[in-house]
Design a binder for this molecule. Structure first.
Ligand SMILES: CC(C)(COP(=O)(O)OP(=O)(O)OC[C@H]1O[C@@H](n2cnc3c(N)ncnc32)[C@H](O)[C@@H]1OP(=O)(O)O)[C@@H](O)C(=O)NCCC(=O)NCCS
Length: 367
């Protein structure tokens, strides 16, 4: 049975920064309160012309570059987002078109902030089963578009960004070693974006009632998160026949510094074994775990051979963790430039649209 290794990684974070002081000019809050309760100092907010696919494409191209494989080598793209570009088509298909992944199946996986754990595990299992060889997993958010900037209990928390992993099959042991995925839909109301789906389709009243914004019972989510995060990490380690002594790093979902502190206490692990960057990004939902992982790799904290735990929680309610051995890119003599495929991808996409247009004209005449 092949192993599924993480061989490529990349992130894309929009430049504009919104500090706590900036938010304190919009709602009744202040920097001290936000830092004390959440650990967040600032977050990045997408420009008007940046969408989940824009950020997702940038992260994906970087990940392909690190893995040194072409978009045309990708068999499967799983995109996970709490702020997808549309209800459908999947954001994964928009990314597939823009990067020129001509042989890939593409779908979105909705697991809210746990989405990246679920998606990475699903991609790994597809590789482990032997049905595919190369997968691209992307977590990408412009969640700022669904935030009520008049609600101080939510607008302080979230930020935008994207992260991507390339997973590849290999006969060498390593890569994704175990995973746990859990859910509890009885808590669906505690963290919800109620408007715009089929229960509350967009209408004047859904807009008046602010249903198109994130609604959250902060205390309930806090209690849930502190309970499940350490537990999930422990279960994933047990599944891999490991203990916390065997791992070098834990990369938790970056929602709140205090939640990470509680998980560290539960696991009896020092906080300096946790990768934490929530102070600079806030909660970027599905993108938070890859952004933190990639930063830790680029800073030389996570090294080849390290065993790590990725652990997340979020709306659903959902939570999960996976244990991985970080092995890095597969050595290869060829030098691939995935960014060059974007030009041809654009041409191909335009040509396909033109053909579809002409086919439409032609078939109308036939009728
Ligand atoms: C949101 C959160 C930071 C609030 O912290 P808290 O300690 O629970 O704060 P509370 O909601 O109890 O509010 C305490 C007081 O601060 C006030 N308050 C809330 N938001 C505030 C803000 N941004 N600035 C200043 N005061 C604020 C409340 O109105 C309340 O005032 P009151 O005592 O006069 O009624 C915290 O509950 C949390 O982080 N929850 C988890 C959220 C999360 O991670 N969601 C994403 C999961 S993927």
């Amino acid at each position: 049975m092949p192993y599924a290794h993480i061989t490529g990684w990349g992130i894309s974070v929009p430049e504009p920064v919104l500090t706590n002081d900036d938010i304190s000019k919009m709602v009744d809050t202040n920097d001290e309160w936000i830092r004390e309760r959440t650990g967040i100092r600032e977050r990045h907010i997408a420009r008007e012309d940046q969408f989940p696919s824009t950020l997702g494409v940038e992260a994906a191209i970087k990940a392909l570059k690190v893995a040194n494989i072409a978009p045309t080598d990708i068999d499967l793209i799983i995109c996970t987002s709490s702020s997808p570009e549309y209800i459908w088509p999947p954001t994964a298909c928009l990314i597939q078109d823009q990067i020129g992944a001509t042989k890939a199946g593409a779908f979105d996986l909705q697991g809210v902030c746990t989405g990246f754990i679920y998606a990475t595990n699903m991609a790994a299992q597809s590789i482990r089963s032997g049905s595919i060889k190369n997968a691209l997993v992307i977590g990408t958010e412009t969640l700022s578009r669904f935030i009520n900037w008049k609600d101080r209990s939510t607008c302080i928390l979230f930020g935008d960004g994207a992260g991507a992993f390339v997973l590849q099959a290999s006969d060498n042991p390593g890569g994704i070693l175990s995973a746990v995925m859990r859910s509890d839909g009885s808590g669906a109301d505690s963290l919800i974006l109620p408007g715009g789906g089929s229960r509350f389709p967009a209408s004047e009243s859904t807009i008046h009632e602010n249903k198109h914004y994130v609604h959250m019972d902060g205390k309930a989510v806090f209690r849930f998160a502190t309970r499940v995060m350490g537990q999930a990490a422990k279960e994933a380690l047990e599944k891999a026949n490991m203990t916390t002594d065997d791992i070098q790093w834990i990369v938790p979902h970056q929602a709140n510094y205090r939640i990470i502190e509680t998980a560290a206490k539960y696991l009896k692990m020092p906080l300096d074994k946790f990768v934490i960057n929530v102070e600079r990004y806030g909660n970027t939902s599905t993108a938070s775990i890859p952004i933190a992982t990639v930063e830790a790799v680029e800073k030389g904290m996570i090294k080849n051979g390290d065993k790590i735990v990725l652990v997340g929680f979020g709306g659903g309610l959902t939570w999960g963790a996976l244990v991985a051995e970080w092995t890095g890119p597969v050595p290869s003599k060829r030098n691939v430039h995935p960014e060059q495929y974007r030009f041809f991808a654009r041409l191909r996409s335009l040509a396909r649209r033109a053909i579809r247009y002409l086919e439409g004209l032609f078939s109308r005449r036939e009728l």
